[in-house]
Design a protein around this ligand. Structure first.
Ligand SMILES: [Zn+2]
Length: 446
């Protein structure tokens, strides 16, 4: 009897709401308010509490700021992005922009709850925006399904990242650092756009708050990420030591040779049959070399280049901000803790200190290239190196354009001296991990 009473109450409430929305014209932000709609948020914003920031003044203005002014950018509309969009919309953020260039795959549907079977093949950003806009009255999500919004980043109050790629994260980090303004070496705080970054992998996750130029940035803590995902071919082929080496062997060598799902079928990390096949072969390979630790999850991780991505985030600036790195692990029981990631004094991205490269004049350019990609603190992907030699700007090596790669490849086996480089020579390096060109100073060792 009680439950039918509740049902009846719920039905009446729904009717009331429906009636209200019928009166709304065009879904304007003010027309679709109802009594108590934001009570859950007001509890945070209109009264102090044990966790409020010392500078926080409870006021009715803050909710107005959220509803009317705050412009927030969400990067990624996948597993984490769906959660983020839902949480933000229900928390009163109304001017939300979402970037995702991916389209919906049937394997996404188990967790990316803004998508339905009919949406398969459509851009994630579009469908996610439509869903939220339909479901949360007054909320306006603007999708960017085809391009990043490089030039508009400065317009946002906060940026939230739910990405699965380190490179994309580092790029965003670099973008926000490039927007900082310094006056006589002092950072102008109004040029800071906070970045909330999160990641998930299976039952593990992390969330962190970054104030570019003030707190540890992504590159300050690059050592946290798995340093090398591209293993040398000789290791993979003949001297595997790690479970990852075995998975790479199957992925790179066995898959193209055996074509288990037909000619030309590309290995898909989201297809359980594919992952299972690679997993089985990897276990066999590991057994041959007495290597343990190959699991299904690890296999999928290696195939998809999964980077631990976001677990939720520090929601209200009314509260003390997360300081500043939170980890969450739900693999065996539940474990979570937070700590303060420290800024790295000579961080290549945020320190504004030019980095020195120590090489002998007889070192080859290849060695410099290897250093840029293999150094744990740089981890570049395909660095392009240029320098001014005899008054002319010269591309020493560039990988991303085939014709230039071919033309500059012979330089790799030349020594720095042969290339006309001298002690204290400045090298400009561009890479996909940052939107800015990085300057290095060559320091000759004898
Ligand atoms: Zn940094």
């Amino acid at each position: 009897a009680l439950s039918s009473l509740f049902r009846e109450k719920k039905r009446r409430r729904l009717e009331e709401l429906t009636e209200k929305f019928m009166l709304v014209d065009g879904g304007s932000a003010h027309a679709c308010e109802w009594d108590g709609r934001w009570n859950h948020i007001k509890k945070f914003l209109e009264r102090p509490g044990p966790f409020t920031h010392p500078d926080f003044e409870p006021s009715t203005e803050t909710i107005k700021f959220l509803l009317e002014t705050c412009k927030i950018l969400v990067i990624g509309a996948g597993g984490l992005g769906c959660e983020l969009l839902k949480d933000l919309a229900l928390s009163g953020f109304r001017n939300i922009h979402v970037v995702d260039m991916d389209t919906i795959d049937v394997s996404n549907l188990n967790r990316q709850f803004l998508f339905r079977p009919k949406d398969v093949g459509r851009p994630k950003a579009d469908v996610a925006a439509d869903f939220i806009n339909f479901r949360v009255p007054g909320c306006c999500v603007v999708p960017y399904p085809f391009h990043t919004i490089k030039s508009q980043c400065f317009e946002f109050h906060i940026i939230v990242c739910g990405l699965d790629s380190i490179v994309a994260r580092r790029w965003m980090n670099g973008m926000l650092l490039s927007l900082l303004e310094y006056e006589d070496g002092v950072l102008d705080p109004t040029s800071i756009i906070p970045l909330i970054d999160g990641g998930t992998e299976g039952f593990k996750g992390n969330a962190r708050v970054i104030y570019p130029g003030m707190s540890a940035c992504i590159d300050c803590t690059l050592e946290f990420y798995p340093p090398q995902i591209n293993f040398p071919m000789c290791t993979i082929a003949s001297m595997p030591r790690l479970p990852e080496h075995c998975v790479e062997y199957v992925r790179i060598l066995q898959w193209p040779k055996e074509m288990p799902f037909g000619d030309g079928v590309v290995l898909d990390g989201d297809d359980p049959r594919h992952v299972q096949w690679v997993y089985q072969r990897s276990v066999e390979r590991a057994a041959e070399f007495s290597i343990t630790g190959v699991t299904y999850r690890l296999t999928q991780g290696v195939i998809k280049r999964i980077i631990p991505a976001v677990a939720g985030f520090d929601k209200y600036y009314a509260c003390l901000p997360l300081s500043n790195y939170m980890v969450f692990n739900d693999v065996d029981g539940l474990y979570t803790y937070s700590f303060e990631a420290e800024r790295k004094e000579n961080c290549s991205a945020c320190s504004q200190i030019p980095l020195d490269l120590h090489f002998s004049p007889s070192s080859k350019l290849q060695e410099v290239l290897d250093y840029l990609t293999e150094s744990v603190s740089l981890q570049m992907k395909s660095p392009a190196i240029t320098a001014t030699v005899e008054g002319r700007n010269k591309t020493l090596y560039l990988q991303s354009v085939a014709s230039i790669e071919q033309r500059t490849r012979p330089n790799l086996s030349k020594t720095l001296k042969e290339l006309g480089l001298t002690d204290r020579h400045e090298l400009a390096v561009a890479d996909v991990t940052t939107p800015q060109t990085m300057l290095f100073r060559l320091c000759f060792t004898s």
